[in-house]
Design a protein around this ligand. Structure first.
Ligand code: SAM
Ligand code: SF4
Length: 329
């Protein structure tokens, strides 16, 4: 097991497949100038499958989520999914994506064994999308979301980040759209993980703001008490149900005490937390012919040292050096 000194057990592995992206969301990347990881440093498809195999067979991981950067840009994605689906025991597998290209790949991903997707969509307004992502590709994302559902990658979850002065008034509109199309919407509080270090606590849109805005149009009732478990989203029934809306309040209502995650970056580093300032190098071990048991030992040791919490609201908080797009969101 991947257990830490606070007794938390990590069963959910987030794997970043690339740091590259075809959008430039303002809360994530600068318009230009971000240097990509060098190719030789990236894990190969074989190395990723081997590490996921160790996590699943030896370390008790039961859920694997592929992310990035934009994971659909990884040429070997379908093959990786297929090989992870063949592991015994077979983990649950999901993908977090911006949806661009999903229209073409959703069916192949489903056939390869992918269970679910989370697609990021922050706005229903094409002009706001252009400002927020610095790219004119709104329709491709909408098409990707529809294709995911048609391919049976359900439930399709949609992630939205609200940004002050851009889409902060759009929460009710997004929820009405999600309810109409039967997508499960989750708002994510903006976190200090952008490459350009532009996050400001005093101007971010908080969970409280989001809920107040939603309540101008919907009746929200908290889902049965205690169902959050290790899931980061707190959920509410919309107008009595069955539709639900979630809010991931990493800043104002952190869920560190119940965290069950371990992370692998595209260049083979283990992170115990999105906000960790240390990483543990598994790539070096992999490339120096370490055995599965030796790699598992290094991984266990890294997780044993996981900190109590991220402390985003504390005055002493220091943003990690590597941004979300490199760590894997
Ligand atoms: N490119 C894919 C996507 O956008 O879904 C996967 C990677 S992205 C880093 C994963 C998630 O992190 C997305 O839902 C994105 O909106 C979110 N994200 C990125 N930067 C963020 C930030 N600074 N605060 C909160 N969420 C962020
Ligand atoms: Fe790309 Fe996802 Fe970051 Fe947007 S949030 S720039 S889509 S990695």
């Amino acid at each position: 097991m991947l257990i830490d000194t606070h007794g938390r057990v990590a069963t959910d592995l987030r794997v970043s497949l690339t740091d590259r992206c075809n959008l430039r969301c303002t809360y994530c990347m600068p318009e230009e100038g971000l240097r990509w990881l060098a190719k030789p440093g990236l894990l190969t498809d074989d190395e990723i499958v081997r590490l996921v195999g160790i996590a699943v067979r030896v370390l008790g991981v039961t859920e694997v989520r592929f992310t990035g950067g934009e994971p659909l840009l990884r040429p070997g994605l379908v093959g990786i999914v297929e090989r992870v689906a063949a592991l015994d025991p077979r983990p649950q597998m999901s993908l977090t994506t911006n949806g661009i290209g999903l229209r073409r790949t959703a069916t192949a991903l489903k056939a390869a064994g992918l269970d679910r997707v989370n697609v990021s969509l922050d706005t229903l307004r094409p002009d706001v999308f252009r400002t927020l992502t610095r790219r004119d590709r709104h329709q491709e994302v909408l098409d990707g979301i529809a294709a995911a559902r048609a391919a049976g990658l359900s439930p399709v979850k949609v992630n939205s980040v609200l940004m002050p002065g851009l889409n902060e008034d759009e929460a009710p509109e997004l929820l009405a759209w999600a309810v109409e199309h039967d997508y499960e919407l989750r708002f994510i509080e903006q976190m200090p993980l952008d490459a350009q270090h532009g996050w400001k606590r005093e101007s971010m849109v908080t969970a409280g703001d989001i809920l107040a805005s939603l309540r101008t149009r919907f009746e929200l009732t908290p889902e049965a008490h205690g169902t959050r478990g290790s899931a980061p989203a707190e959920r509410w029934l919309v107008n009595g149900g069955p539709h639900r809306v979630g809010v991931i309040a990493s800043v104002t209502r952190p869920f560190c005490a119940a965290c069950d995650r371990t992370r692998l970056t595209a260049d083979g580093q283990i992170r115990t937390c999105l906000f960790a300032r240390e990483e543990t190098d598994l790539r070096a071990a992999l490339r120096s012919s370490a055995s599965d048991d030796e790699i598992a030992r290094i991984w266990r040791l890294a997780m044993w040292g996981k900190k109590t919490g991220a402390g985003l609201d504390a005055p002493t908080f220091v943003q990690p050096d590597r941004p979300m797009s490199v760590i894997g969101g």
